[in-house]
Write a protein that binds this ligand. Sequence first.
Ligand code: HEC
Length: 114
Amino acid sequence: MRIFLSLAAVSFTVALIAFTMSSSASGDPEAGAEIAAPCAACHGSDGIASVDKYPSLAGQNEGYLYESMKAYREGNRQGGLATVMHGQVSNLSDQQLRDLAAYYADMPRTGKED
Ligand code: HEC
């Protein structure tokens, strides 16, 4: 009985970890759209930047977008134009970054190879 109980506890913990990991990876693209107006000035309303020195975000991997914004916010991405982005995301929560990442990841890539 004891062994059964601890096995149950272990599998519950594993399930909980798996749930936490999967839920932390996804945001709500509609919520992201509501706070993306300032971003469009540089990254384009379609996620394609019109300025050569700015990155396009449309169709980029959601996890990558989220991690990069977090790195700007925490000052872990520096050099180049990173200070510009630090200012853009410094007041945003983890959830808002997830939502923005989902919003841009959902956009179609409209690069030249299409
Ligand atoms: C004033 C122009 C400007 C605004 C406004 C702006 N960005 Fe940026 N963004 C940049 C620049 C420039 C970079 C590249 C910085 C560097 O050199 O690391 C960048 C980089 C990024 C990256 C990393 C892209 C990659 O491929 O690594 C993401 C994600 C991003 N911005 C999202 C956003 C979001 C979301 C907003 C709105 C909250 C926003 N940006 C607002 C100029 C801007």
